[in-house]
Design a protein around this ligand. Structure first.
Ligand SMILES: [Zn+2]
Length: 229
């Protein structure tokens, strides 16, 4: 029987539904990816913490490793009670502000008395690492697209290539040697394109480079990703 729904059906492009089994694989792959990104986040955070610990505990002047933690007042900073508008908070604020605004955390050397600013380590989350790597992949796909579609203009005196073919080849060579490609393979090799699509979907609205616009199955397969039949 004809119904209004048939009309919609016929106009929509046929999109293959994923099977239960495939969905299960995607789910497991996302878990594996998350674990991988978590390990990277932990290792980067640890490196940062170690580096800062060393910087904070070694006097840059005499290299002694006996230090004291100190808080120092900074000149002209706001402290105590106040009311009114404050540019710092982007509107009106009332009450008290203490802490970081009026103090500077410093390390002091027990041996020579030298003081230097305490630095704080940076901690990465699994999500941040995953987002970064999705962005690197978007960037890489865009680079490939730009290389394939590059314009060649013989009459342009600034053109350094002899032909379009030579230009495309040079661009592709640059991509081959790039950090983006190395990073991409390291993280995404062996996973299904459908899994990456799922992850891309969850962050698409914040992405500066659009995944759909630069999507190219052949490129992704050449990077070591795979696809359901
Ligand atoms: Zn010292």
């Amino acid at each position: 029987m004809w119904s209004i729904f048939n009309l919609f059906k016929s106009k929509k492009p046929v999109k293959k539904q994923l099977t239960e089994e495939q969905l299960e694989i995607i789910k497991l792959e996302i878990q594996t990816i998350n674990k991988k990104c978590e390990a990277i986040a932990d290792s980067k955070s640890k490196d940062s913490r170690d580096r800062h610990e060393k910087e904070n505990s070694t006097c840059p002047k005499c290299k002694a490793t006996q230090t004291i933690d100190k808080f120092k007042r900074t000149k002209g900073a706001i402290s105590g009670r106040f009311s009114g508008t404050s540019g710092l908070f982007g509107g009106s604020s009332y009450g008290s502000i203490y802490g970081e605004l009026d103090t500077l955390e410093v390390n002091q050397c027990r041996i020579c008395g030298n003081e230097w600013k305490k630095t704080k380590p940076f901690y990465w989350s699994m999500r941040e690492i995953r987002t970064d790597h999705l962005n690197v992949l978007r960037r890489l796909l865009k680079d490939y697209k730009e290389a394939r579609e590059c314009k060649f203009d013989k009459s342009n005196l600034e053109e350094i290539y002899k032909s379009r073919e030579e230009k495309v080849e040079a661009f592709l060579k640059q991509i081959e040697d790039s950090y983006c490609k190395k990073e991409t393979i390291q993280i995404w090799e062996g996973f299904h394109i459908e899994t990456i699509k799922e992850l891309m979907k969850s962050e698409e609205e914040y992405a500066q480079i659009k995944w759909e616009e630069n999507y190219d199955e052949g490129t992704l397969l050449s990077l070591g990703l795979c696809k359901f039949n």
